[in-house]
Design a protein around this ligand. Structure first.
Ligand code: PLP
Length: 838
């Protein structure tokens, strides 16, 4: 045919089901399987082909099919139920926030990546899932919250294995018309554009909105005709480029992100930096204050007073640091805009690095984030501890435990990852409103009423679905790689539904040690092929495109999976994403995680598995160190670190095999009822992990520990044109200048030995160099083992200070005396950054 033109006829929703379109644009459907089913039923084929994307499905579906659904009473009944649930969710008045967080001010949350659903691939892994889940629970709890991120047109990447199990990356250009996003419009209904100057180029940024239940996510986009081709690529790929691109993306997220909030009149009084990627938001926030007439230091105090920073990684490569001259290129104008010296600004981010054998100053995103916030946290108790150690050097004179980095242990959004079958089963024993109080530990005790049989029935169904899914995926992969018909046919015997099935899926960062299981292949072969108690494994995960060692891990597992004794029993699946993740956490019997402790800041996939009754089997790192209670899963290795990594790997691998052979497999294939039955562990896992590691608990912790206190501090420091912030800034400058002129000497009158209950006298002589006594804390510090206690000394005659200190328990005490300057309104005692020990 000679084509003279083309036209697309878009299907029209019949009025009976008109709201399918509205619902498609609210990610409420992403954690609501019965809502998803409304779309799936219109065309199961399109649903699968387009990554379960309702917007796309409504663009592609046949008009006839829509008309038929609109006349189908059963469909309409389900439609009405979904819409009623959706309306109840959106319209709910007596929410958690109304009763618990009325004084909270609106939060702006910044993250480089978000994982909401597989059809919106703007995430790479756990950090994104955490951010997406945080948004979902912010919506569930109804806190005032807006998220800011980037619209990556090519997302992360699609992972393809070649014939030899080597990872290749494919980048698909997203078609924005098929995504559940709208251009953001201001009150006047006009599309919003903001702009940002980077390296002298004025870059236009379009803002999109994504509705996630009750809250909004703003996504920044530079792919606009008015931008150069280079600048259009700023929002092409997540973690795609070199350092130069990274810095520019950070400027974009931080600076354009704040401008987008302002352009849309989005209220924000607390700012949450999710990882150091977001730290440059502070540049723009300080600029606003400077433009409003504040000096740099007062602007710094004001901006920081309402900012929270969450750090996510103890791995050095995860904490970006850039050479100063690179920063000059991209933020060179900012010292001028902020009326600050270059060294004054960069000094807030300075972290000297060993480069080419020299120590050179570098601009660290983490250091900048720590200095630009007045609250910081790690993402598990152990990670908090590790972070305090890592960043102790920023607080000279402070004990590690005093470093002002706390922790909120991560959670996961239960409903996003819990299978519909498990939800239905839970609904038979939990109260009607269980999905609204997921963090309620007492409520979850009702899980004990579930019978062994009920649980195993649901789990068997989920496992069948997973195996079918895996076979389908592997078949596609083999066909694409030109495998023989015999090999393709073999897929039908891949994995066995009666075999204990262990899942391992996550990013293939090397510290996660995906190949630890292969350390003793003979022993593994015996475990896998045990005639009475066989075990099979499913792996999945992406390596960063530049991470060849990570790709080599993938290939190693792939090759092992092709060896005769492992074939069909060890499988590695392509393209790990949220879809694959859901199948695996819902379908396996056990979830395995064996990172090199203490590098797994938290980990969350094991939580998702436990929600579905798959107990966790993991190194006591991150969340599992808190979650494991002796009966709800299994540990690997001991609660310790090793100097020799090889020794650590050996010890952990040995323990892994040992537990599998002696505890886990015998239990799985053993008693069907009672305290030692498999179902008993399953119930414990669901009951204990679901509330404590719910995202709902996590967000509540953030509200109470950080969002509310920062709301109050931020307001206090910024009121009346930042009067208090100015006083604090002035005071800090003054004490820093005086500090070198101060001095302290001290004596402790200590007997050689003492009895519990005895008192000792500690005294000090201080030259405060003009710092007022009420602004100086002179204190004795007593250390006994891990315990550190502080006792203020009382100001006596002249320059002397003293105190009697009770030694209330036995043990070896170390005594020290120090002083530090304090003023009302600081976020913590170390904020001035000055400590002097006698
Ligand atoms: C939960 C999840 C992760 C995080 O897994 P970890 O075990 O915390 O590393 C990564 N990717 C996807 C797709 C997930 O769903």
């Amino acid at each position: 045919m000679n084509v003279i033109g083309k036209v697309t006829v878009l299907p029209q929703l019949p009025p009976e089901i008109a709201r399918l379109s509205e619902l498609a644009y609210n990610l409420y459907w992403s954690w609501t399987p019965h809502a998803q089913r409304l779309y799936q039923d219109l065309s199961p084929e399109l649903w699968e082909r387009f990554q379960h994307n309702p917007v796309r499905l409504l663009l592609e579906v046949d008009q006839e099919r829509l008309n038929a659904a609109a006349q189908d009473p059963a469909y309409l009944e389900r439609y009405a139920q979904v819409m009623a649930d959706f309306d109840a969710y959106m319209g709910k008045k007596d929410t958690w926030a109304v009763s618990n967080a009325a004084q909270m001010k609106p939060v702006a949350y910044f993250s480089m990546e978000y994982a909401f659903h597989e059809s919106l691939p703007i995430y790479s892994g756990g950090l994104g899932v955490l951010a997406g889940d945080h948004c979902k629970s912010a919506s569930d709890l109804d806190i005032p919250f807006t998220a800011v991120g980037m619209l990556f047109h090519q997302g992360y990447f699609r992972q393809l294995f070649d014939k030899d199990g080597w990872q290749n990356e494919a980048y698909d250009e997203l078609d924005l018309t098929t995504l559940p996003i709208h251009p953001a419009v201001n009150a006047a209904g006009e599309e919003v554009r903001v702009s940002v100057r980077i390296a002298g180029r004025e870059i236009a940024v379009k803002v999109w909105t994504l509705q996630v239940g009750r809250i909004r996510v703003l996504l920044l986009d530079t792919k606009l005709p008015e931008n150069s081709e280079e600048d259009q690529k700023l929002t092409a790929r997540l973690y795609g480029g070199n350092q130069e691109l990274r810095v520019q993306q950070y400027v974009l997220l931080g600076v354009a992100g704040i401008r987008a909030l302002r352009a849309l009149d989005v209220p924000a009084e607390v700012y949450h930096m999710n990882e150091g990627h977001a730290a440059l938001m502070s540049l723009e926030r300080m600029r606003e204050y400077v433009a409003g007439g504040l000096d740099f230091r007062t602007a710094h105090e004001t901006a920081a007073s309402s900012t929270l920073f969450t750090t996510h990684t103890p791995v050095a490569a995860g904490n970006d640091a850039f050479a100063y001259d690179l920063m000059d290129k991209y933020i060179g104008e900012w010292p001028g805009l902020l009326h600050a010296g270059r060294d004054e600004l960069y000094g807030l981010a300075r972290h000297d690095q060993q480069w080419d054998g020299h120590m050179v100053p570098a601009f660290s995103m983490t250091v900048f984030a720590l200095n630009m916030s007045r609250a910081a946290n790690g993402v598990s108790e152990l990670h908090g501890e590790v972070s305090r150690g890592m960043w102790n050097f920023l607080y000279p004179g402070a004990e590690e435990r005093e470093v002002p980095i706390g922790h909120v242990t991560n959670g996961a959004h239960n409903l996003t990852f819990t299978s519909q079958r498990m939800r239905d089963l839970l609904s038979t024993v939990l109260p009607a409103d269980w999905t609204e109080r997921l963090e309620d530990e007492a409520m979850w005790q009702a899980v004990e009423k579930l019978s062994d049989e009920q649980l195993s029935d649901v789990q068997r169904e989920m496992k069948r679905e997973m195996i079918a899914f895996i076979r389908g995926r592997v078949r596609e992969q083999l066909q694409r790689n030109g495998a023989s018909a015999a090999d393709v046919a073999d897929v039908g015997s891949l994995l066995d539904e009666n075999t204990l099935t262990i899942g391992f899926a996550r990013r293939f960062a090397t510290y996660k040690r995906a190949t630890l299981l292969l350390r003793d292949k003979k022993r593994l072969a015996a475990i896998v092929n045990n005639p009475e108690r066989p075990v099979q494994f499913v792996f999945a995960g992406k390596a960063h495109p530049a991470d060849n060692p990570g790709k080599a891990f993938i290939q190693e597992i792939y090759r092992v999976s092709q060896e005769p004794e492992f074939k069909g029993k060890i499988v590695i699946l392509e393209n790990y994403d949220m879809h694959v993740a859901r199948h695996l956490v819902q379908g396996v019997d056990i979830w395995l995680n064996n990172p090199r402790r203490p590098l797994e800041a938290s980990g969350t996939s094991g939580m998702k598995a436990s929600f579905n009754g798959s107990p966790n089997f993991s190194v006591l790192d991150g969340w599992w160190r808190e979650g494991y209670d002796g009966t709800n899963g299994w540990p690997i290795g001991e609660e310790r670190e090793y100097a020799d990594l090889n020794v650590q790997d050996d010890a952990d691998a040995f323990d892994l095999y040992q537990r599998l052979e002696h505890d886990i497999a015998p239990r799985y294939y053993g008693k069907k009822t009672g305290d030692e039955s498999w179902a008993h562990t399953v119930r414990d896992a669901i009951e204990t992990v679901s509330p404590r590691f719910s995202m709902q608990r996590q967000v509540i912790d953030y509200v109470r520990q950080y969002y509310i206190p920062l709301s109050l501090r931020g307001a206090r420091l910024s009121e009346n044109g930042s009067t208090r912030a100015r006083e604090i800034a002035g005071w800090k400058a003054w004490v820093r200048q005086q500090w070198p002129h101060t001095s302290i000497t001290a004596q402790a009158h200590l007997p050689a030995t003492a009895r519990p209950g005895e008192k000792v006298t500690v005294s000090a002589q201080v030259d405060p160099a003009g710092i007022r006594p009420e602004e100086l804390r002179v204190e004795a510090v007593l250390k006994r083992g891990d315990e550190v206690r502080r006792f203020p000394l009382t100001h006596g005659e002249g320059q002397s200070y003293s105190a009697e200190i009770l030694l209330d328990d036995s043990g070896l005490y170390s005594v020290g005396v120090r002083m530090l300057p304090l003023i009302e309104g600081l976020s913590n005692d170390l904020e001035a950054g000055l400590i002097k020990w006698a």
